[in-house]
Each structure stands twice: as structure tokens, then as C-alpha cells.
Design a protein around this ligand. Structure first.
Ligand code: SAM
Length: 224
């Protein structure tokens, strides 16, 4: 990488690696896979934050993006991407586009990403930004993602980047057998748990794991 932010991005990757190692008990991973590291290294996070916060873009922290919403902490983006266990053939659904950063990281690894955002101005801005940055494999949809996006289902992986008080049943239905969903579950006024749900390829039975403590803005909407 030759751009001016290469050094800052490497420091960020080092900070993420330290946090992954420190929290390895929860997801059972003490390091990120090379594909996830490469994806984080390729996405220019400074393009996804407001101009007045650009100097903070490569710090390992969430930042405000307006409308009461945030760009997720890079460590959280990294661990959610890792837990999704993507392949280059994956068809992925993300709920909660925000500025589009997580979608871009996913799109560096997966074949296609559908991302749904309920705030129209954020969806419009993310769509324009991702197009400008050349992400032709991402579809940004303005809508209520608590019901998933059945038109493009089933998905190999589903990532929910806002906290749901209870599991939205529609999302589990849209997960392909053999697929994984990564979702923060819990009340907004408390720490939530990041849950990984694996749908068995043969039986369709769902197995839960992980439970990393996290803090997300709430998933709003119909929750079917
Ligand atoms: N994925 C983002 C990133 O790359 O940094 C961070 C997302 S932010 C923490 C959560 C987003 O979820 C907000 O933009 C919020 O408007 C959105 N959201 C909340 N409820 C939603 C719903 N029912 N459908 C779609 N988006 C929703």
C-alpha cells in the first residue's frame, strides 16, 4: 500500500490484533485470518468518517457519523467479519449500513453484499461513497432490515450491526443451511452479547456460540 495513511492503518491493525488476542476466550480465536487482515488493510476508513473526524479515522474506536449513529469500532468490524467465516463465493446480508465501512470490508472478501439501512440519508450517502470507491459488488437498500431482505435470500452469512432485543426470526429464515449469522443480542441500556448462530447444513438446527460483550446502537423496526 502506498497511500499516506498506510502507516496509520498498520498501527490500527496492530491494535486490533492485540485486542483479538486479549479477548480470544469469547470467540475462540486468538488471531485474524489473512483474508480479514488484508480486507481491513485495503479499505480506506478515512473515506467513511465525517471530514472533521478524519484525523481519528485510524484509531481503534467508534466515531459519530451523524443522525445519532456511529461507524463501528474497527476491532468489532474485524471480529464480526472473522466470525462470519466468509469465502470468495459468499453472498452476504448486512443489517445497519451506517456509513458503509463494514459492508466494504465484507465486500473485499465475499462475492456479493446486500446491506440495508433504515435512515434514508445514511443509505444514500453510503451508496454514493461505495460507488465512488469502486465497490460494484455491494447493493445498498433503504429499508427496515429487521425483516431481512427476502428478495436476495438465502444468504451464506448475515451480520447485524445494531443490537436486537430478541432474535429477528425473519433473519434466521433467510440464512442458508450451513451459513452463519453474527448478531448483538440484548437490551440497549445494558451490555449486549455478540452471538454467532450456525445453521446446520443437514438438519437446519441452529447452534449458538461466542457471547463477546459489546455495545451497539439499537436495531429498530418491525422485528418479525
Ligand atoms: N455497519 C456500520 C459500519 O460499517 O460502521 C455501523 C452501523 S451503526 C452501529 C448501526 C446502524 O443500524 C445505524 O446506521 C442505524 O440507523 C441502523 N439500523 C438500526 N435499525 C435498523 C433497521 N431496522 N434496519 C436497517 N438499519 C437499521
Amino acid at each position: 500500500m502506498t497511500d499516506a495513511n498506510a502507516q496509520a492503518r498498520q498501527s490500527l491493525l496492530d491494535a486490533i490484533a492485540r485486542e483479538v488476542a486479549a479477548t480470544s476466550d469469547y470467540p475462540g480465536k486468538d488471531q485474524l485470518s489473512p483474508a480479514v487482515i488484508a480486507a481491513l488493510n485495503r479499505v480506506p476508513r478515512h473515506e467513511f468518517v465525517p471530514d472533521d473526524l478524519r484525523h481519528l479515522a485510524y484509531q481503534n474506536r467508534p466515531l459519530s457519523i451523524g443522525q445519532g449513529q456511529t461507524i463501528s469500532q474497527p476491532y468489532i468490524v474485524a471480529i464480526m467479519t472473522e466470525l462470519a467465516a466468509l469465502t470468495p463465493q459468499s453472498h452476504v446480508l448486512e443489517i445497519g449500513t451506517g456509513c458503509g465501512y463494514q459492508a466494504a470490508v465484507l465486500a473485499e472478501i465475499a462475492e456479493t453484499v446486500v446491506t440495508v439501512e433504515r435512515i434514508a440519508s445514511l443509505a444514500d450517502d453510503a451508496k454514493a461513497r461505495l460507488k465512488r470507491l469502486g465497490y460494484g459488488n455491494i447493493t445498498v437498500i433503504h429499508g427496515d432490515g429487521s425483516r431481512g431482505w427476502p428478495a436476495e435470500a438465502p444468504y451464506d452469512a448475515i451480520l447485524v450491526t445494531a443490537a436486537a432485543a430478541k432474535l429477528p426470526a425473519a433473519l434466521l429464515e433467510q440464512l442458508r443451511p450451513g451459513g452463519r449469522m453474527v448478531i448483538p443480542l440484548g437490551r440497549q441500556d445494558m451490555t449486549q452479547s455478540l452471538i454467532v448462530m450456525e445453521k446446520d447444513a443437514e438438519t437446519g438446527a441452529v447452534r449458538e456460540s461466542c457471547k463477546l460483550p459489546v455495545a451497539f446502537v439499537p436495531l429498530l423496526g418491525g422485528l418479525k
